[in-house]
Design a protein around this ligand. Structure first.
Ligand SMILES: Nc1ncnc2c1ncn2[C@@H]1O[C@H](COP(=O)(O)OP(=O)(O)OP(=O)(O)O)[C@@H](O)[C@H]1O
Ligand SMILES: [Mg+2]
Length: 260
């Protein structure tokens, strides 16, 4: 039977932390509470102590903070889900994340693992969806101890139908997705470190902070991650590094990564 927890942050984060790459402060808890009952307007006995744990975590990393489940963040609803301003917001944000989990995927996603993270200070290029900051991020793909490709985290397609975006979003996106050679070289080195801890195919997401630093914020099994098909197709077609038609997607075949 398929392992529904294979992408859970509680599985990959401890291994990622061991590599020593930058990650946001991260606190993880598990609950058996029937949180789905909230969606029918029912009370969930024990919820107050679960909320208190989340509040303790949030106080430790500092409000505002980032709230997600082991499986995801419902990022497109930013202000109602993953962006947690205060203790008072916890019940609503938990319910929204449970609803998102139930609607995501055919079977719904597990929502027994909850994660509170330090909110990293970024320099957004614009805002979209539920006032989500759109900021420079890069997705790498690794497999068998090597980097097999990389793409900008945000493709143009993601914004074609998005509400509340600025008129000049295309120009801003292009600038945002342009990676300097020093950033790229840094990310390759850091992703290579990650690839030494993980055996199979994985996506590795990096977020750039306002001060220019990068943190690794998310991972998932490669074939289950957006961009995997693109990278594999390009890899099949060429042994060379290639740049896509839109000038933003770069593929990097690196055969001698031990030398990185
Ligand atoms: N600690 C953080 N501080 C600031 N912003 C963050 C933080 N973690 C995540 N983000 C922002 O929220 C987005 C979604 O976060 P994350 O990758 O944890 O969720 P996800 O739902 O698993 O995403 P994906 O759909 O890529 O798998 C990130 O791409 C980034 O823009
Ligand atoms: Mg994810």
């Amino acid at each position: 039977m398929e392992d529904r927890n294979v992408n859970c942050l509680s599985r990959w984060y401890p291994k990622l932390e061991k590599t020593g790459v930058n990650t946001p402060k991260t606190l993880i808890t598990r609950t058996d509470l029937p949180l789905m009952n909230f969606l029918d307007g029912e009370a969930v006995p024990g919820a107050e102590s679960f909320y208190a744990t989340l509040d303790d975590f949030a106080t430790t990393v500092g409000y505002p903070c980032f709230l997600r489940t082991g499986q995801g963040s419902a990022k497109h609803h930013w202000e109602d889900t993953c962006f947690l301003k205060s203790k008072e917001d916890i019940p609503k944000h938990v319910t929204e994340l449970v609803e998102w989990s139930c609607l995501a995927d055919i079977m719904g996603l597990p929502h027994d693992v909850w994660v509170v993270r330090e909110l990293l200070e970024t320099g957004p290029y614009f805002h979209a969806f539920g006032n989500m900051p759109i900021t420079r991020e890069r997705r790498f793909f690794i497999d068998k101890g090597k980097i097999i490709g990389q793409i900008p985290y945000w493709p143009e397609d993601a914004f074609e139908d998005a509400l509340h975006k600025p008129v000049d979003w295309r120009e801003k996106l292009k600038e945002m997705n342009n990676l300097s050679s020093s950033d790229e070289s840094y990310l390759r080195d850091e992703t290579f470190k990650v690839s030494q801890e993980f055996e199979g195919p994985w996506s590795v997401d990096w977020l750039q902070l306002k001060n220019g630093d990068w943190h690794c914020i998310d991972m998932a099994v490669g074939p289950m991650s957006y961009g995997w098909d693109q990278v594999c197709r390009d890899t099949d077609q060429s042994d060379e590094d290639t740049i896509g038609d839109d000038g933003t997607i770069t593929l990097n075949r690196i055969d001698d990564q031990e030398d990185c």
